[in-house]
Design a protein around this ligand. Structure first.
Ligand code: URA
Length: 209
């Protein structure tokens, strides 16, 4: 059974509070999301394996640690996932990137796929799926299913906010995929928005309604 790890670092919590405030501007919201992504990336990658290589500093030769294995993959669930993706790429610029386009049918709330592009060789890579809001979890579940169909075996999911319902449903569907979040809120409302949440993450990132 997968559990959610809440990243309770004071800087994450402080920035999240500003993001939740409805008076926060679009540009500040985007910038804060990028900054939180840095902090979350640091936590979600803290157990990556290292290997040693030989380098020469200006003073001496030494054996020094470097990331082992194949480059990791960030998978953004469009469009709000891109806000977290940008921050993650700041810290791991050599990562490969996958995009999955899913929108929620407003009536059924079922995710409809309109785009999928991922690196070919997912088998041996760590794949970090990003989407700021884990609400019903429908999109996240489908995204991970698609990646698994393409061979992905080692996945993690990073969001900013989770609803208890979404965290439960995702963990039941993908018990092998750990969730990292900045907070788990109270509930979902009748329109499947997280309460108290922060509104529509995509709209707040891009100034749409
Ligand atoms: N997606 C959002 O952007 N916000 C929510 O509260 C739920 C889903």
């Amino acid at each position: 059974m997968s559990t959610a790890t809440v990243i309770d670092h004071p800087l994450v919590q402080h920035k999240l509070t500003i993001m939740r405030d409805k008076e926060t501007s679009t540009s500040s919201f985007r910038q804060l999301l990028r900054e939180i992504a840095h902090l979350m990336c640091y936590e979600v990658t803290r157990d990556l394996e290292l290997t040693e290589i030989t380098i020469e500093t200006p003073i001496a030769e030494m054996r020094a640690p470097t990331l082992a294995g194949k480059k990791l993959v960030f998978c953004s669930i469009l469009r709000a996932g891109n806000g977290l993706l940008e921050g993650m790429l700041d810290l791991v610029p050599s990562a490969r990137v996958a995009h999955i386009g899913l929108y929620r049918d407003p009536k059924t709330l079922i995710p409809v796929e309109y785009y999928f592009k991922a690196p070919e060789d997912l088998e041996d890579r760590l794949i970090i799926v990003v989407d700021p809001m884990l609400a019903t979890a429908n999109s996240a579940i489908v995204a991970v299913e698609r990646l698994k169909e393409r061979g992905a075996k080692n996945l993690r999911f990073v969001c900013l906010l989770g609803a208890p319902e979404g965290v439960r449903k995702f963990s039941e569907a993908h018990p092998d995929v750990p969730i990292f979040t900045a907070a788990i809120d109270e509930k979902l409302n009748e329109h499947a928005y997280i309460v108290p949440g922060l509104g529509d993450a995509g709209d707040r990132m891009y100034g749409t309604k």
